[in-house]
Ligand binder design. Structure first.
Ligand code: KG4
Ligand code: ZN
Length: 378
């Protein structure tokens, strides 16, 4: 199966072209092309992602990324007027420049061999999601290829099974499996009892783990996105010098809460008259330790409770080395029968390779029924 995938849920515009062969244990997953354009630098001055700005940047980035995926330019041929008028209506909200660029791309590109197009339909920022969805619909219509809407979090859950490199076997997921999904917008424990069906068994009641990292980064006057910055600073910090709570670590459910921890960081900082670089590093270290203690502790307990034989970690925060090392140690020492899969560094943050994987297991839908669902759940 050959899949083109599109991801525009937040601040990365990503496309991938993937070829899969075989099924089950012998499923191979070959990344033919993987193209990504990040808006991080554009949003950085504002300290967060602005949905309308993100939408405009996605529209700018998509046509050149499509050209990266399909570099061969064929001699121009005009699109049938039926197709152009349909596209103009479909893409009315994306602006004339996008319509012109996409029309030019279609007119100068031979129809590729594709079995499906997978596109992220949620969760995410709705204006941003719509650009990707409408682009995918235009391609699906022009090339007559089925369209498969994909849940972004399913992508993150599958990312640890993949490799961003070329042909590789897809790692095996033995069930029951448990996924810890930690990103800027989500913190969830997801159970897969048998097969790729998802049951959220725990989630954050307030801030997501990545969001807490980003907010603490701002308090420590670190640039956006803060997760990697806090983590870097934490490496030079002394553990335990500024004690912080481990919220809900021992609660008898699998939910999380990070808002209180964030406020505790704020109060700790306020109590220090003029925080030195070392004070900040010590706070960053304790904050990271607290988040890792809670995430790993609850994941282990859920894995024991549900008898998980595979544990996967996905989402932007899965780039965090302390979390990766802690989970690896905990699974080795406390869950000897279980296997832990961690994503390749290149697949920790948003990308389209994982969307292609989710698209492989998803179902095609009529174009008109595919819509952006900002709050979609697994
Ligand atoms: O999955 P993702 O790329 O986008 C969303 O779907 O939200 O996750 C982005 C989040 C941000 O909050 C970022 O600060 C966090 O992942 N993040 C990290 C690290 N790298 C990225 N958090 C902690 N440590 C890191 N190394
Ligand atoms: Zn994400």
């Amino acid at each position: 199966m050959r899949i083109l995938s599109i991801e525009t849920s937040c601040d990365e515009t990503a496309l991938a072209l993937v070829r899969t062969k075989g099924t089950g244990n012998a499923l191979t997953f070959e990344v033919e092309k993987n193209a990504l354009s990040s808006q991080t630098a554009i949003h950085a001055p504002y300290g967060g992602v602005f949905p309308m700005l993100a939408k405009r940047e996605h529209a700018k980035a998509l046509p050149p990324l499509l050209r990266q995926i399909f570099p061969e330019v064929k001699k121009g041929a005009t699109l049938p007027s039926r197709t152009t008028s349909w596209m103009k209506k479909l893409l009315a909200h994306e602006g004339d420049a996008f319509i012109d660029a996409l029309t030019l791309f279609l007119e100068t590109t031979a129809k590729p061999k594709l079995d499906r197009i997978a596109v992220t339909s949620g969760p995410g920022l709705e204006p941003a999601l719509w650009v990707g969805i409408n682009c995918a619909k235009a391609l699906a219509k022009a090339w007559d290829v089925p369209l498969v809407p994909v849940n972004h979090m399913e992508g993150h859950a599958l990312s640890p099974l993949l490799s961003a490199a070329t042909a590789s076997k897809m790692k095996l997921m033995r069930f029951p499996a448990l996924a810890l999904l930690v990103s800027g917008g989500h913190t969830e424990l997801v159970l897969m009892k048998k097969g790729f069906s998802y049951q959220v068994v725990g989630e954050t009641r307030d801030d997501a783990a990545g969001e807490a990292f980003d907010k603490v980064a701002r308090m420590l006057e670190l640039p956006y996105p803060g997760g990697p910055e806090v983590s870097r600073l934490a490496k030079t910090g002394t553990p335990g010098r500024y004690p912080l709570p481990r919220p809900m670590l021992t609660s008898d459910d699998f939910d999380f809460s990070f808002a209180g921890l964030k406020t505790a960081v704020l109060y700790t900082l306020k109590k220090i008259e003029k925080p030195s670089q070392q004070d900040k590093a010590d706070i960053a270290r304790e904050f990271e330790d607290a988040v890792v203690d809670v995430l790993a502790g609850k994941t282990l307990r859920a894995a024991q409770e549900f008898g998980a034989t595979t544990i996967v970690l996905g989402g932007g925060v899965s780039a965090n080395t302390a979390l990766r090392e802690r989970l690896a140690r905990d699974v080795r020492e406390k869950l000897p029968g279980a296997v832990l899969h961690l994503p390749d560094a290149a697949l920790t943050t948003d990308n389209a390779v994982m969307i292609a994987a989710a698209g492989l297991f998803g179902r095609a839908r009529p174009l008109a029924s595919v819509r952006a669902e900002g709050n979609a759940r697994l």
